[in-house]
Design a protein around this ligand. Structure first.
Ligand code: PMP
Length: 379
C-alpha cells in the first residue's frame, strides 16, 4: 500500500509506482555494491552497465537505427535550445545559413528566441500566435514558409506542454535538411520513425523519469568535430565543449560526470515500459485517456478546450471553466479528492491535466468523474 495522490503535474511529473518501489528497494545497496547508485563512480563497471542497459532499452523502445547516437546530457530542454544552434550550424559549415523555426507554442517560441540571441539567421516558418492570435493550432504545411535546402535545420516542438498543441504527423521537409524535434513532453507516448529526424531531444522529467537528464538522439553524420583554438574564426559561433554533441558521443556521455541517478531512474522506466509491452501498448491507452477527457469537455457547457481538434495534445490537456471564477473552486475540489497539480501554467491560467504514460486509466477515470460531478453542481 502507498499513500500517493493522483499527480496531473506537467513536469516534474508522475513516475510509475513500480519504478519508485524498485528504486526504493535498491536505494541503500545497489546490486550488492553496498552503496547507493548515487554513490557509484560514473566510470565504474556497475554504472557502465546501467548506462549501457538504458541505451539498449531506449533503442528497443523507439527502434533507433544504428546510425543514431543516444546522449545523456544535463541542462534540461532549455540547454538544447542553445546546443541545437551551435551543433547544427557547425554541421552545416555555414554560420549564416537560415535556421527554420516552426512556432506553435511557448517552448518553440523560446527556442527561436535563443537562436536569434546567439546570432543565427532565424526564419520563422510559422507563428500561430502572430497569424491567429493564439497558440491553438498547427497550420497546414501548404502555408509554411520553409527555406528549402539552404536551411541548416528545421526545428519544431512536437508537443507544446503549456498550450497543449501536438503535431499529428511528422513535418515533411527537404530530405537534405535535418529535422529537429523537441519531444520533451511526448517522447515514448507513440511510435514514430526515428530515421526522419536529424536530432530528437527530450528532458526526462515529463514522460520518462526525474529531472536532471536530457535524452538526445542524433544522426551520426551530424556529429561535427569541435574546432580547435587555432581554427576559431574571429566572429561566429563556437560551440562550448559541454554542449558539443560529438564530445558527448565520443565519450559515451561520460566526458564529465553525468547525472547518474537520473540516468538510472530513466533506465528503470525504459525497462518497465518494455515489460508492459513497449510504446505500442502505451499509445492505445494514451489515445483512450485523452479522448475521455476531451469528450467531457466537448459535451459540457462550462468547460472549453481552446486547441483545434486535430492539434490537441494527448499528453497535456489545457481547458478553461466558465465563468472563470469557478476555476479556483474546481482546483480546491480536485485537491480534496487527491487530484493535484491541475493548475494551468502561470502564463496561460486555467486548468491543465497532464496525463503522461505513467498516469493510469483509473486516474483519468477519476478526473473525468469529478469533472462531470462538478459540472452537475454548477450548471
Ligand atoms: N521543451 C518543452 C516542450 C518543455 O515542456 C519544457 C519544460 N517544461 C522545456 C522544453 C524546457 O525544459 P527544461 O525545464 O528542462 O529546461
Amino acid at each position: 500500500t502507498h499513500d500517493q495522490v493522483l499527480n496531473f503535474g506537467a513536469g516534474p511529473a508522475k513516475i510509475p509506482i513500480e519504478v519508485l518501489q524498485t528504486a526504493q528497494s535498491e536505494l541503500l545497496n545497489y546490486d550488492n555494491t553496498g552503496m547507493s547508485v548515487m554513490e557509484l563512480s560514473h566510470r565504474g563497471k556497475t554504472f557502465g552497465k546501467i548506462l549501457a542497459d538504458a541505451k539498449q532499452n531506449l533503442t528497443k523502445l523507439l527502434n533507433i537505427p544504428d546510425n543514431y547516437e543516444i546522449l545523456f546530457m544535463q541542462g534540461g530542454g532549455t540547454t538544447q535550445f542553445s546546443a541545437i544552434v551551435y551543433n547544427l550550424l557547425a554541421a552545416k559549415g555555414k554560420p549564416d545559413a537560415p535556421v527554420d523555426y516552426c512556432v506553435s507554442g511557448s517552448w518553440s517560441q523560446k527556442a527561436s528566441e535563443e537562436a536569434k540571441r546567439l546570432g543565427a539567421n532565424v526564419n520563422i516558418v510559422f507563428n500561430t500566435k502572430k497569424s491567429t492570435g493564439a497558440y491553438t493550432s498547427v497550420p497546414p504545411q501548404s502555408e509554411w514558409k520553409l527555406s528549402g535546402s539552404d536551411a541548416a535545420y528545421v526545428y519544431y516542438c512536437d508537443n507544446e506542454t503549456v498550450h497543449g498543441v501536438e503535431f499529428n504527423s511528422i513535418p515533411d521537409v527537404d530530405s537534405s535538411v535535418p529535422l529537429v524535434a523537441d519531444m520533451s513532453s511526448n517522447i515514448l507516448s507513440r511510435p514514430f520513425d526515428v530515421s526522419k529526424f536529424g536530432v530528437i531531444y527530450a528532458g526526462a522529467q515529463k514522460n520518462i523519469g526525474p529531472s536532471g537528464v536530457t535524452i538526445v538522439i542524433i544522426r551520426k553524420d551530424l556529429l561535427t568535430p569541435l574546432k580547435s583554438a587555432a581554427e576559431i574564426p574571429a566572429s561566429g559561433l563556437v560551440t562550448p565543449q559541454l554542449l558539443d554533441f560529438k564530445t558527448l558521443a565520443d565519450n559515451d556521455s561520460l566526458y564529465n560526470t553525468p547525472p547518474t541517478f537520473a540516468i538510472y531512474m530513466s533506465g528503470l522506466v525504459f525497462k518497465h515500459m518494455l515489460e508492459k509491452g513497449g510504446v505500442e501498448a502505451y499509445t492505445e491507452a494514451n489515445d483512450r485517456k485523452a479522448r475521455k477527457v476531451y469528450q467531457v469537455i466537448d459535451n459540457s457547457k462550462i468547460y472549453k478546450a481552446p486547441v483545434a481538434t486535430e492539434a490537441r495534445s494527448r499528453m497535456n490537456i489545457p481547458f478553461r471553466i466558465y465563468p472563470e471564477t469557478l476555476e479556483a473552486e474546481f482546483l480546491k475540489g480536485a485537491e480534496a479528492r487527491n487530484m493535484v497539480q491541475l493548475k494551468g501554467h502561470r502564463s496561460v491560467g486555467g486548468i491543465r491535466a497532464s496525463i503522461y504514460n505513467a498516469m493510469g486509466e483509473d486516474g483519468v477515470d477519476a478526473l473525468v468523474a469529478y469533472m462531470k460531478e462538478f459540472e452537475g453542481q454548477h450548471q
